[in-house]
Design a protein around this ligand. Structure first.
Ligand code: N7H
Length: 478
């Protein structure tokens, strides 16, 4: 049974949000900070409170009441350098989940192995300076509107005053994300509905048809060894990802597919561009999965909560026809492409990102060039960063030969699938390309792969531990 009062709310149910502010901080007084955390506990939203907020929202909607219920919730997490600043030594964290290698390494040192672009002069990641200076922790506040979030921040400032001279921390970077306006609500900046497929937790989430629910120990720390005082914590991977939206749209137009895969009739420009976009993502902008509805959008399917995640690529494990192997959602959760080799429950992540930045303006759209920063504040939770986020990014998304199924099937496929067209990052000088994008030639060994520019640019990141509530009160005992 999941301990809903001990887990921070964003980890399992997610903090209900239309807007979210991320405040990254440095610890200036470790001892004082440990004492301050005890005072912060009443302001930290638990899973139990998130569930209650969600119930209230449902009631409000059912009663067809106007507007949103004002609400906001806060969570806190710490990096390895943050734990160092609090006085934690290697001996003190021995035999706990905190020894996990990628968390210990930290996001800056790990970035080159994700193929994040490096600055030629320093060989450090090409990130915003505040992230390169190092982050000790993150306070995140999510809510229904900016006012509610600001009120919660004001309460937090009673514990951590804005004036760094009177606080145990200094906020070094603040970023706010907002759900996009109007009918784009819930869609990320490329226009695709997001937040559809997250792992279901056995015994906690209501089951819907789709991937088998996973054990909570894949998301929560401290359940794999005895007497681990990190139990009910989690690891949060944050990535500050810029999206080049006009460039992405231009690319889809320039490389649009020409013919209907079934009738061979000519597609309109819009149809050809939309079909290519769906091939890159694995879903139509509506959210309908192309494994079920491969060649045209199906809004009814997209709105059917029982069916829209109910597919597993089993009908095409040896081909690219309905959904390319490289497509973003097939790459990041390969379902039966991978489960035939063993369970992938430890690769699943709880995604909690939010869009940031303004809508594309006319000048950007007509020039096809990004002028203002926008993208995704990517956040995901897991029990082990090495096994989950890092594995997905390096061994799946960046790996042109995944899913290696050629060797398993007879005859083996001669195709190289290529990298994830959205998040796949290649080493400098390596080709960034995928095959199978055109359904008419999807499995043709002689097809020309599609070469792709980079549409998603990493500008920062942090690997954080999300302590259970009990530990926030008791850090000084460990
Ligand atoms: Fe992705 N996008 O808008 O195209 N993602 N993603 N992601 N992503 C998903 O199924 C997107 C990123 C995963 O279970 C959807 O809920 C963008 C990173 C996983 O079938 C869409 C960015 C990583 C899934 C996007 C981005 C992942 C997933 C479909 C960056 C991990 C679930 C909506 C700016 C390393 C797969 C849905 C499954 C789905 C987009 C980043 C992973 C539309 C724009 C960095 C595991």
């Amino acid at each position: 049974k999941v301990n809903v009062n001990n887990i921070q709310g964003d980890v399992l149910s997610g903090l209900p949000k239309k807007t979210q502010t991320f405040m990254f901080f440095k610890i200036t007084n470790g001892k004082q900070f440990v004492a301050d955390l005890v005072k912060l506990v009443p302001l930290i939203q638990t899973v139990a409170q998130s569930l209650k907020d969600r119930d209230d929202i449902d009631q409000h909607k059912k009663a067809k009441k106007p507007g949103l219920i004002p609400m906001a919730g806060a969570n806190i997490s710490l990096t390895k350098t943050g734990l160092d600043a609090m006085g934690f030594t290697a001996a003190m964290i021995a035999n706990t989940a905190l020894t996990e290698a990628t968390f210990q390494k930290g996001a800056i040192a790990d970035a080159p192995s994700l193929n994040d672009p490096l600055l030629p002069s320093t060989q450090t990641p090409d990130w915003e300076q505040e992230f390169l200076n190092g982050i000790d922790g993150l306070l995140l506040v999510a809510g229904s509107d900016h006012d509610s979030v600001q009120k919660k921040i004001a309460q937090i400032q009673k514990v951590f005053p804005a004036d760094p001279n009177h606080s145990s921390i200094t906020i070094v970077k603040t970023i706010t994300g907002d759900v996009r306006p109007g009918d784009q609500s819930g869609h990320e900046h490329f226009g695709f509905l997001d937040g559809i497929s997250n792992p279901l937790i056995a015994g906690f989430d209501k089951t819907v048809p789709g991937p088998t629910p996973i054990d909570a120990s894949n998301v929560l720390t401290g359940y794999t060894q005895a007497n681990d005082w990190t139990q009910d914590g989690s690891f949060l991977v944050f990535r500050y990802l810029l999206q080049k939206v006009p460039e992405f749209n231009n690319f889809l137009d320039a490389n649009r597919l020409q013919n209907d895969p079934i009738t061979s009739a000519s597609l309109t420009e819009q149809q050809g561009s939309d079909l290519l976009g769906a091939r890159l993502v694995g879903r139509w902008k509506s959210g309908a999965p192309i494994d079920i509805s491969p060649f045209q959008d199906d809004p009814t399917l997209a709105n059917n909560l029982q069916q829209r995640n109910n597919f597993d690529y089993a009908n095409e494990f040896r081909d690219n026809n309905k959904c390319p192997w490289a497509a973003h959602i097939r790459r990041t959760n390969p379902r039966t492409d991978s489960t035939r080799k063993g369970p992938i429950d430890n690769r699943r992540i709880m995604r909690r990102g939010i869009a940031f930045g303004p809508e594309v303006n006319d000048a950007e759209a007509s020039s096809g060039t990004t002028q203002q920063d926008r993208g995704l504040l990517f956040a995901c939770y897991q029990a082990n960063i090495t096994n989950a986020f890092r594995f997905i990014q390096t061994l799946w998304a960046n790996n042109p030969t995944f899913p290696f199924i050629g060797a398993d099937i007879k005859p083996p496929t001669p195709l190289t699938p290529g990298v994830d067209p959205l998040i796949g990052q290649v080493a400098a000088g390596q080709p960034r390309q995928m095959s199978g994008y055109d359904p008419l030639t999807a499995n043709d060994p002689d097809q020309k792969p599609l070469s792709m520019e980079t549409f998603i640019v990493p500008r920062g990141g942090a690997y954080l531990f999300v302590p259970p509530i009990k530990l926030l009160r008791e850090f000084n005992r460990h």
